[in-house]
Write a protein that binds this ligand. Sequence first.
Ligand code: DP6
Length: 354
Amino acid sequence: MFKPFKTNADINKVESAFSAPSNIALVKYWGKYPVQIPANSSISFTLDKCKTETSVEVNKISNNREDFKIEVFVDDKLNADFKPKIIKFFERVEPYFSFLKEYEFKISTHNTFPHSSGIASSASGFAALSACLVDIEQKLSDKNNFDKSKASFIARLGSGSAARSISGPMMIWGDHSKIKESSNESAIIFRDIHETFKDYQDSILLVDKGQKQVSSTVGHDLMKNHPFSKNRFNQAQNHLSDLLQVLKGGDLDQFIKITESEALSLHAMMMTSKPYFILMKPQTLEIINHVWAFRADTDIPLSFTLDAGANVHLLYPKGHITKVLEFINTKLVQYCQNEQYICDNVGEGVKPLA
Ligand code: DP6
């Protein structure tokens, strides 16, 4: 689909730097086929403040090599732990770039959110790195038309959800019969949203900042022989078509019904797989119950969604920020590790760094 460009052999050195945000799925991607093809389509809000900032410097090597030459720096320190993941990623994306073995790579990366916050950095991390690679390809081939669709395609091969971090305010990834141009290969932008969603807020309550109990790779795998997988994949497709109408029209009651159901369905899948897992913590349930009571008492359309972990994302319109923050500070911080939470909002995707 995305052929490699012919690069200019005379260019010895190129640099590129991009930031890419995390994203929060409203209809969840959970279950995939090789290579990185989602079992159902998903949609997410692109975030703004939780970002990875990555710079890549490439220098020409005299002889073509059999292997990749890569150095990875995390927070300015040489880091060996990420290298195998990045090598695997380079192997996967090699058919789409012609320069990966002709240059040596120095990759420096940094997250703006706390390292051990339990927030997945793979989406923002692979989105930022992919944006750099697509940009470098442009520079090496004397073109200047940054192709976001290719960046999403490449990011997907690193981590599925990364495909949805390239643009904003929302992105859809995965074939859907009712969504023209939807694709399993790269995510598309969804802009046709009601005013209220354009600056929607996401306050992330950090309930458990430790290592993930189940990696997404293992989690996706558990959907393979799952007794409810077929129904789950259908449910997600239906949720997505219903949600698109809601996002256009701004019906917050329906928004809450669909997105909270998605979060709980995701966790229900984990509770009913073999082996089974409970990824919520008692604090997660406390927070959910408080959110439901708050909504009933105040009529403020505050809702929650969950990732594959115990942290809770609180979603709400910007107009209610003062009341919601007061609620978080008085009632909910006690359930967060070290009383920590992160306030984010809808954003626009990857940006070149000066
Ligand atoms: C629960 O994108 O992390 O966050 O493709 O194996 O890297 P890989 O999985 P990943 O899975 C994300 C799962 C999720 C839901 C979502 O973001 O849609």
